[in-house]
Design a binder for this molecule. Structure first.
Ligand SMILES: Nc1nc2c(ncn2[C@@H]2O[C@H](COP(=O)(O)OP(=O)(O)OP(=O)(O)O)[C@@H](O)[C@H]2O)c(=O)[nH]1
Ligand SMILES: [Mg+2]
Length: 439
């Protein structure tokens, strides 16, 4: 099991963002917190906002601000916690932190240390902790929705419910082993157990499939622009990015490397990638760029294949199996165009760009699926879920009830590792290092 915090240090940090700002929030946690608060601010009422003059060690006023005191264990970290809300000047925050950390037993917090204490004190499980990191880092509406649902425990509850079912299944099988000689244990009990285990394998596998959607929410839906040199790729890239992010010239082979801009479409993160035009026998730099373009397209969520409708040039093979939109370019000079295109655009006069954005947004939305789904949010979860289903399959096909019960135990243990209900010491560093100081 998880060992309690070795040190009884109290910790302090600036928990709000970059200074200067309107206000700064300084957080303190640990056994010294009440003493620190009462020394700096005088007596305060627990769980209420207290407007106080805040005093340095020499009695001079640092600032006037709000003080909140949350006695443990009903606080974020489970320890005594205080927040000082002061004016957000750099010198104010610095003086506050200097004053607080000059108390014996109080030091600056390490990154993620408040959250780590919350986890170690049982205030959050591991999945909720990860979701909190996602919430702090969320940039798009989809990322926020996804993170807040998991921070509220939706994902943890799913894994815990599977684990409870397995623990129950194992208890039933073990009861059957113990009472095997007695006649009144119905054989159908174990049948029901095994059919539930088999149903659970299906549920877990469906859940694992959702990881792709979770990755798109977190990392973005990747759209790669491909086409022959001079097809108008960089012009489209700039038009959608609304800035001159890529160089545009009438010289074929202008773009040689991958360029990326991030957009927010329907509240989803979309990464748009410009690439080198595909053609044969170019120079050394350009051919590396072309290789990169093809490799990038192989992993894309959507490829926009651009063709100059005024001067169509075939680019040969495009990666198979990747959703593709054929986009005819330069409609301002080519008219309707000859070839077959899903969409016709002009980056010069802007026509067709709204339709293209709508199409990309719709495809991104479809790729992340139903908003209500609970998805695995880390590769760590997927790996443990796969191990769990391997054990479940072994349990289903295994010989001998004892061995099969043991496979059930191992599967339940893997599920327990996801939420941190069983030994996870080795993981803690990785997870808490995702946080900034003050969280
Ligand atoms: N009339 C017209 N010209 C365009 C349009 N889009 C691009 N062009 C012109 O086509 C030429 C090539 O445009 P780029 O955007 O650099 O083409 P690219 O596909 O990025 O080319 P490479 O980087 O060399 O592969 C430039 O001279 C652009 O001004 C358009 O919508 N209409
Ligand atoms: Mg280009």
């Amino acid at each position: 099991m998880i060992s309690p915090m070795a040190s009884k240090d109290s910790i302090a940090a600036l928990s709000s963002g970059r200074l200067p700002a309107g206000i700064a929030v300084i957080r303190v946690s640990g056994p010294m917190t009440r003493f620190v608060v009462e020394t700096i601010a005088g007596p305060v009422k627990d769980r209420f906002t207290n407007l106080r003059a805040l005093r340095a060690a020499d009695g001079s006023t640092i600032d006037h601000g709000l003080v909140l005191f949350f006695p443990g264990p009903g606080s974020f970290t489970g320890e005594d916690v205080a927040e000082f809300q002061v004016h957000g000047g750099r010198a104010v925050a610095a003086k506050m932190l200097e004053t607080i950390t000059s108390f014996e037993g109080v030091r600056h917090a390490e990154p993620g240390e408040f959250t780590r204490r919350a986890f170690l004190n049982g205030r959050l499980d591991l999945v909720e902790t990860e979701a909190l990191a996602d919430l702090v880092n969320a940039e798009t509406e989809a990322q926020r929705r996804f993170a807040v649902r998991n921070a509220e425990g939706a994902q943890s509850e799913l894994y815990s419910s599977w684990r409870r079912r397995l623990i129950h299944a194992r208890a039933m099988i073990e009861a059957e082993i113990d009472f095997a000689d007695e006649e009144d244990v119905p054989g159908s009990v174990s049948e029901a157990v095994w059919s539930d285990v088999s149903a659970m394998i299906g549920e877990i596998e469906r859940h694992i499939e959702g990881f792709k959607a979770a990755e798109i929410i977190r990392d973005g839906f990747e759209v790669v622009i491909l086409g022959a040199p001079n097809a108008g790729k960089s012009s489209l890239f700039n038009a959608l990015a609304r800035r001159e992010a890529a160089i545009v010239t009438d010289e074929p082979g202008t773009t040689r490397d991958l360029l990326e801009v991030v957009m927010d479409l329907n509240g989803l993160k979309v990464r748009l990638v410009d690439t080198a035009g595909l053609r044969e026998a170019p120079g050394k730099v350009e051919s590396i760029g072309i290789e990169r373009a093809r490799a990038k397209a192989e992993g894309a969520d959507l490829v926009l294949l651009l063709e100059d409708m005024a001067d169509p040039v075939s680019v040969g093979n495009v990666p198979g199996g990747i959703p593709l939109l054929r986009v005819g370019t330069k409609s301002d000079i080519a008219g309707a165009g000859a070839g077959t295109y899903d969409l016709a655009i002009s980056s010069r006069d802007g026509s067709g760009l709204d339709r293209l954005l709508t199409e990309i947004g719709d495809r991104a939305t479809a790729a992340v699926g139903e908003a209500g789904d609970v998805l695995p949010s880390r590769l760590r979860h997927v790996e443990l879920l796969r191990e769990a289903t391997d054990f479940l399959r072994a349990a289903l096909s295994g010989q001998g009830q004892e061995l099969r019960a043991e496979e059930l135990r191992l599967a339940a243990e893997r599920l327990g590792r996801i939420v941190g209900a069983v030994d996870v010491e080795d993981l803690l560093y990785v997870i808490f290092s995702q946080f900034c100081i003050g969280k």
